[in-house]
Design a binder for this molecule. Structure first.
Ligand SMILES: [Zn+2]
Length: 101
């Protein structure tokens, strides 16, 4: 897994910079090196939107197997933490604004 680069100067973004961005996808993101505006590339939008979908089904599936709700809650928290941990690696920037969908 590689961290995304600036489309203009190829500056490799730091994990911390991207981690904040994964919580606020509408936040203005500029390259700290060249100051150019970074837009999320078109092909990665579906990853951001659909990657967390399986998390929704975890409680439904686990409920079938009579897993206690406390355990289901813990599993969901872990799954969400994992999602946000790998999200920065899934990002990719371009110079064009494609919108979120
Ligand atoms: Zn740059």
């Amino acid at each position: 897994m590689k961290l995304p680069k600036c489309w203009s100067c190829k500056y490799v973004f730091k994990y911390r910079e991207l981690f904040v961005l994964s919580f606020f996808p509408f936040k203005r993101n500029t390259c700290p090196n060249c100051g150019k505006r970074q837009h999320l590339a078109k092909n990665i939008n579906w990853k951001i939107n659909f990657l967390p979908l399986p998390i929704v089904f975890i409680p439904l599936v686990l409920n079938i197997f009579n897993v206690p709700w406390l355990s289901i809650g813990i599993i969901i928290i872990i799954a969400l933490a994992l999602y946000f941990a790998i999200l920065p690696y899934q990002l990719k920037f371009s110079n064009k604004d494609h919108g979120l969908f």
